[in-house]
Write a protein that binds this ligand. Structure first.
Ligand SMILES: Nc1ncnc2c1ncn2[C@@H]1O[C@H](COP(=O)(O)OP(=O)(O)OP(=O)(O)O)[C@@H](O)[C@H]1O
Ligand SMILES: [Mg+2]
Length: 297
C-alpha cells in the first residue's frame, strides 16, 4: 500500500521545551487515530502536517510532498478541521460554505450547489439559513467538517473532532467520518478517547510527551492493555492501579487481598480498558491533569 503520511525524525520545540521529539511514522491509506492526553503534541503535529507550522528538524511528507518545501501541493490535497470550530458565527451555515467555496476559487453558482450538496449530506438543510451563532456544538462541528470537504480532499485532518459533543452528535460525526473513508478519503484524526479510535481507526498511535509510545491496531493496543480489567480509582477519579485478574472470582479475591491500606479505601470498578489504562500500562503513570501539564510546559 502506498504511503499517505511519512514522518522522519520530526522535531519541534517551544522555548526549549521539546514538544515533538524525533517522530518517525509511516501511514498508509485509511483512518489513523493519534491518541494522547492534553499537551501531548497532537495539535502541533496536525499543524505541521497541514503546513500551518514549520518543524525545527526532520521531515514530514503528505502523499509524497514535503510539508515545508512543497506546502502548496500539500494544501491542494488536504482538508482540515481544527480543534476549535472555526466557522463565522454571524453567517448562516450556507453562507459559511459558499464563502469557503468561493475562497477556493469556485464560481458563484458552483459554490452554491456544492454548499447545498454538503448541507444535505450532513443533515443541515433545516438549519442552513440560520446564523451559526444559534447552532449547537454538534451542528457547528458538522458545518466545520463540511467546510473542509468543499473540495474533496485526499487526506482529511481532524483535530479532536468530537470533543465536547454529546453521545448522539458524536456517533453522528463518526458515521460521517466512516462514510468519507469509505469513499476513499484518508483520515488523520486526533482524539483523547480510546473508544473513538476503536470505532473508527484502522491504525492508532499513542503520543505522550512528544513521543510515540505505542503504535498498531486498536485490537493490538487493547490486548497489550488487557481485556476487561478491575481498576482502583482514587479520590480524584483517576485510575490508580489496574489489578491483575484472570476473570475468576478467585483471581479477583487474590488481587483484592494484596491491596494496601490506602488502596482499600479506593473505589473498584470493572471496566474495559480506556486511554487511562493504556497510559498506565504503557508509560507506568497516569495521564497528566491540565494543571500538571501546565507545570511541565
Ligand atoms: N504556540 C505555542 N507556544 C508555546 N508552547 C506551545 C505552543 N503551542 C503549543 N505549545 C505547547 O506544546 C505542547 C503540546 O501542545 P499541543 O497543543 O500540540 O498539545 P495537544 O496534544 O494538542 O493537547 P490538547 O489535547 O490539549 O489539545 C504543550 O505543552 C503546549 O503548552
Ligand atoms: Mg490539541
Amino acid at each position: 500500500m502506498s504511503t499517505t503520511i511519512e514522518l522522519e525524525r520530526l522535531g519541534k520545540r517551544y522555548r526549549g521545551h521539546r514538544v515533538l521529539d524525533d517522530l518517525t511514522l509511516d501511514l498508509s491509506a485509511g483512518i489513523f487515530a493519534l491518541l494522547g492526553p492534553n499537551g501531548a503534541g497532537k495539535t502541533t503535529l496536525v499543524s505541521i502536517l497541514t503546513t500551518l507550522l514549520r518543524p525545527d528538524s526532520g521531515t514530514a511528507r503528505v502523499l509524497g510532498h514535503d510539508v515545508v518545501h512543497e506546502a502548496k501541493a500539500v494544501r491542494r490535497l488536504i482538508g482540515a478541521t481544527g480543534q476549535y470550530a472555526s466557522v463565522d458565527e454571524a453567517l448562516t451555515g450556507r453562507e459559511n460554505l459558499v464563502m469557503v467555496a468561493r475562497l477556493l476559487g469556485l464560481a458563484t453558482l458552483d459554490a452554491r450547489s456544492r454548499a447545498s450538496e454538503l448541507l444535505a449530506s450532513f443533515g443541515l438543510e433545516d438549519a442552513a439559513d440560520r446564523p451559526v451563532s444559534g447552532y449547537s456544538g454538534g451542528m457547528r462541528r458538522r458545518v466545520d467538517l463540511a467546510a473542509s470537504l468543499v473540495r474533496t480532499p485526499a487526506v482529511l485532518f481532524l483535530d479532536e473532532p468530537t470533543t465536547g459533543l454529546d453521545p448522539a452528535s458524536r456517533s453522528h460525526l463518526w458515521d460521517d467520518i466512516a462514510r468519507l473513508a469509505s469513499e476513499g478519503c484518508s483520515v488523520f484524526l486526533t482524539t483523547q478517547m480510546l473508544d473513538e479510535a476503536e470505532a473508527l481507526a484502522d491504525r492508532v498511535a499513542i503520543l505522550d510527551g512528544g513521543r510515540i509510545v505505542a503504535d498498531g491496531t486498536v485490537a493490538s493496543l487493547v490486548s497489550l492493555v488487557g481485556e476487561e480489567a478491575a481498576v482502583l480509582v482514587d479520590a480524584g477519579g483517576r485510575v490508580a492501579r489496574t489489578l491483575e485478574i484472570d476473570r475468576t472470582a478467585g483471581g479477583l479475591a487474590r488481587a483484592l487481598a494484596d491491596l494496601s491500606e490506602d488502596e482499600r479505601a479506593m473505589r473498584v470498578e470493572l471496566r474495559r480498558p480506556g486511554l487511562d489504562d493504556a497510559f498506565l500500562a504503557l508509560t507506568g503513570r497516569n495521564k497528566r491533569t491540565p494543571a500538571e501539564e501546565e507545570a511541565a510546559a
